[in-house]
Ligand binder design. Structure first.
Ligand code: SAJ
Length: 424
């Protein structure tokens, strides 16, 4: 075995579970994060992320002295980079959001400073095509005393690979072990080393390719899902116009042996599907028409939901003319970007809920069982319990299909169900 110590850079949704998984296999793991709160939380055997089975695994690793978090990158045998790649603000000329590689660049630079001959560096962060090769170049500039695979091939001192994760939040610890992995080594030896490492806990198959294909593979998987969700969202708008129940329609169409339509919703959130397609669009703008259109279909869904809400409010006052606008109570059910998680990143429900308060002259309630406090952008709203909201609200707006919401059988006439839970 060529490795004893693994340094995981970035203890977020991918880095922390991966670090905990290696520790569960008796490996020594150093977890690096720039955030002091994250470092302290992990070192106390707790987690800052809600994910089934994660906290127990972190606690075991910390208690056994195998997992330790730190704010400085230390020498190791393997460096696994799992830092965020957000989008920069809109590029004014093209209106295409550009990827922000600052975190990857800074991680590469810090890792380079402590590199030793025979180290393996794996990039797991989602990135535009070509970044792994660039990372090898950036590191070689910081460490001219070492050789790197982009220039020295199989004889290089350092091995570098791109190995994207494909785990689903909510089922992360299971998928981390069971999913197949794409291994994009800069050379074959880089790939072989990476497989040797992941074999510690991955039960799925390994598929070797080059870094560019591996990078594009990750982007393709998420863009494919985005395009399919856009189709479902477009159908929901068309069906509404044609007075057809979209949920019934999809379930009937899906009885065809080769049709499998996804579910419409209030829009697409999370830090992957709502972001990654832009990495393709920004690299090949003219040729990514469908991918770009899917993004705009999904991005426009929150406005459509708000239009439906305005119509519902008008219907409500037609039926109850004695009610005053300031007495209207609207309840929004769910803020997370999907069901049964606590993650609010890029959630369309956040945008919708904040706009509901602006168009509602009365009170707006929010029900979100998976968070304790509302984010700053929603401080004007009131976070309340489901039972109170369902009793008091005049209009219900269902934004997330949390399991607990599905237990409610009667929602009332003035309900907008963006997730189809009242139809199941
Ligand atoms: N959504 C719909 N309708 C659907 C399915 C999803 O509106 O039928 C919405 C969800 O509500 C959510 C968004 O799409 O707002 C994304 O949710 P998701 O469950 O499709 O995906 P994520 O973001 O939780 O995880 C995705 C996964 N990618 C694919 O399924 C191709 C996961 O495997 C990746 O590892 C992850 O992105 C990532 O980290 O890239």
């Amino acid at each position: 075995m060529f490795f004893n110590t693994i340094c995981v850079i970035g203890l977020g949704y991918i880095g922390l579970p991966t670090a905990a998984m290696f520790a569960s296999k008796e490996k020594k793991v150093i977890g690096f994060d720039i955030n002091q709160h994250v470092v302290d939380t992990v070192n106390s055997g707790k987690t800052h992320i809600m994910e089934p089975k994660l906290e127990l695994m972190v606690k075991k690793g910390v208690d056994k002295g195998l997992l330790r978090a730190t704010k400085s990158i230390e020498p190791a045998d393997v460096f696994l980079i799992a830092v965020p790649t957000p989008l920069l603000t809109i590029n004014s000329k093209l209106s295409i959001p550009e990827p922000d590689l600052t975190y990857i660049k800074s991680a590469a630079n810090s890792v380079a400073k402590v590199l030793k001959k025979d180290n393996l560096v794996i990039l797991e962060s989602t990135c535009p095509v070509g970044v792994t090769e660039k990372m090898s170049l950036w590191m070689s500039e910081t460490r001219p005393d070492l050789t790197f695979p982009h220039s020295h091939g199989e004889n290089s001192d350092i091995r570098i690979s791109y190995c994207p994760e494909r785990v689903l939040p909510g089922n992360l610890m299971v998928e981390l072990a069971e999913n197949d992995r794409i291994i994009g080594g800069v050379t074959n030896k880089c790939s072989q080393r990476s497989i040797e490492l992941y074999k510690e806990f991955v039960k799925g198959e390994f598929f070797i390719t080059n870094p560019r294909t591996a990078e594009m593979c990750k982007l393709t998987e998420n863009s494919s899902r985005d395009v399919q969700i856009a189709f479902a969202n477009e159908l929901s708008i068309i069906c509404d116009k044609l007075d057809i129940d979209v949920w019934e329609l999809i379930s009937l169409a899906n009885r065809h042996p080769r049709v499998d339509i996804l579910k419409p919703g209030p829009g697409v959130g999370g830090h992957c599907i709502a972001v990654d397609p832009w990495f393709i669009v920004s690299s090949a703008t003219k040729d990514s028409k469908l991918i770009k259109t899917a993004r705009s279909v999904n991005n426009s869904k929150p406005s459509w939901v708000l239009k439906k809400l305005k119509l519902k409010i008008a219907d409500f006052f037609n039926e109850y003319p004695e009610k005053k606008p300031k007495d209207l109570i609207i309840a929004c059910y769910g803020l997370t970007f999907k069901a049964d998680i606590d993650d609010l990143r890029e959630s369309p429900s956040l945008e919708i809920a904040s706009k509901v308060t602006k168009l509602n002259p009365g009170q707006t309630f929010v029900v979100e069982p998976n968070i304790l406090d509302l984010p700053n952008s929603l401080k004007d709203l009131e976070l309340i319990k489901f039972e109170t909201a369902i009793k008091r609200a005049d209009i219900n707006l269902i934004l997330v299909d949390h399991t607990s919401f599905k237990k409610q059988k009667v929602w009332g006439k003035y309900t907008i169900d963006t997730r189809g839970i009242t139809h199941s």
